[in-house]
Design a protein around this ligand. Structure first.
Ligand code: PLP
Length: 409
């Protein structure tokens, strides 16, 4: 009989969202009058900017005319979009990139999951905990995880706990690790790193010949000047880092799908004989073999986010979400709950008062009819925390926080 990839058997079943849904459904059935508000959603709720829709429609029309129809596009993405990314997202921050270093894709999720494939399974992986679960799980699938222990940790992965005790800034590992996943601004803790803090990681990677996989999916939410938008703002990072970005949370593309990954030409890794290779070439080889590019209309739509109108509209949406974040933080000030993040990210990470993440989830559902995401869904160090998001409407955000403020903790 055909054999399976047994690494999949090590994967922990992800019950998080199905358990949340089941609990919510049961509560709603028993309390049909209850107006339940979800403060757990990790998806955007505002529509695509009008500038994007206009460009999108025009590009779709082009596909319907013989003269302008387009078949397969370049696997790495159309140069008009790659140029716009370099000019708008990097040049103004003093980062020089060339076209060959920018790879357009249909999501940061697939890129952050697929990137490990070009590196040896012998590599030691370090991952901040709690974090976006894709990094851990894609490495477990590839065989870098090993068995799961009782604490919910894969034996062969180095976890870097991020908790209130270390101010969500994990120290660099004492041992040598080869690939390090960093996500800043962070999902789920909503915290960010300053230039000096990020520099420590770049220095570690340079000293240990490691590679940093930097997920900047929430870069557009950064409000404070002291927070770097790209890891390449740190000297030396071109030699040690790959950066992932996405139009999903920046411009409402979660259902439209467009993202990009930067692989600098200086970035090198070794083979087992000690010979060095350009990582950019490997990723290009991987992408051109396994990926046929993002559709032309979607890339045109993404490029429209850089027009004057597009930028203005995006700014408005982000301002709207960040005002929700401010309302959440201000409301939490009136409670005894300790909270973190929400200043440079749409996520607010809250400590549960002497109860587990799930106990707190139940309490909020029953006493306030508010749904949150239990921290354990993001890794073992998420126990004792829960995540609130700023992606709801203003009205719901205000109402949910009004209800939370009334609860006795
Ligand atoms: N990276 C992080 C940290 C995320 O939280 C998410 C989505 O929630 C993604 C990547 C996914 O991005 P995309 O929609 O581009 O696949």
């Amino acid at each position: 009989m055909t054999l399976i990839n047994e690494n999949y058997l090590h994967l922990e079943e992800s019950y998080l969202f199905s358990t949340i849904n089941k609990k919510v459904e049961k509560y709603q059935k028993e309390n049909p009058e209850a107006n339940i508000i979800s403060m757990g959603i990790g998806d955007v709720t505002r529509p695509l900017p009008q500038a994007v829709i206009k460009a999108f429609k025009k590009a779709v029309e082009e596909m319907g005319r013989k003269e302008t129809f387009k078949g397969y596009g370049p696997e790495q993405g159309y140069s008009f979009l790659r140029e716009a990314i370099i000019e708008n997202d990097y040049k103004p921050r003093g980062v020089e990139l060339n076209l060959e270093e920018v790879f357009i894709s249909d999501g940061a999720k697939c890129d952050t999951a697929n990137i490990q494939e070009i590196f040896s399974t012998e590599n030691k992986i370090a991952i901040t905990d709690p974090v976006y679960p894709v990094y851990v799980e894609s490495n477990v699938m590839a065989g870098r995880g090993g068995p799961l222990d009782k604490k919910g940790r894969y034996k062969n992965i180095t976890y870097l706990p991020c908790t209130a005790e270390n101010n969500f800034q994990p120290p660099t590992p004492e041992e040598k690790v080869d690939l390090i996943y960093l996500c800043y601004p962070n999902n789920p803790t909503g915290t960010s790193l300053t230039k000096d803090q990020l520099k420590e990681w770049v220095d570690y990677a340079m000293d240990n010949k490691s590679i940093i996989l930097f997920d900047g999916a929430y870069e557009a939410y950064i409000q404070e000047e002291r927070i770097p938008h790209s890891i390449y703002e740190i000297e030396g990072a071109r030699e040690v880092a790959i950066e992932f970005r996405s139009f999903s949370k920046t411009a409402g593309f979660t259902g439209t799908r467009c993202a990009y990954t930067i692989v600098p030409e200086e970035l090198e890794a070794e083979d087992s004989q000690g010979k060095t290779h350009q990582v950019n070439k490997l990723w290009k080889r991987r992408q051109t073999t396994k990926f046929n590019g993002v559709s032309y209309p979607v890339q045109v739509a993404a490029a429209a986010t850089y027009t004057e109108k597009g930028r203005k509209e995006i700014k408005e949406s982000i301002k709207y979400y960040m005002e929700n974040a401010r309302i959440i933080r201000e409301s939490l000030e009136d409670t005894s709950l300790e909270y973190y993040g929400g200043v440079n990210a749409p996520y607010i990470w809250v400590k549960t008062p002497n109860m587990s993440s799930w106990q707190f989830f139940d309490k909020l559902l029953e006493e306030a009819q508010v749904v949150v995401t239990p921290g354990t869904g993001f890794g073992p160090s998420g126990e004792g925390y829960f995540r609130l998001t700023a992606f709801n409407t203003r009205k719901n955000t205000k109402e949910a926080m009004k209800r939370i403020k009334k609860i006795e903790f």
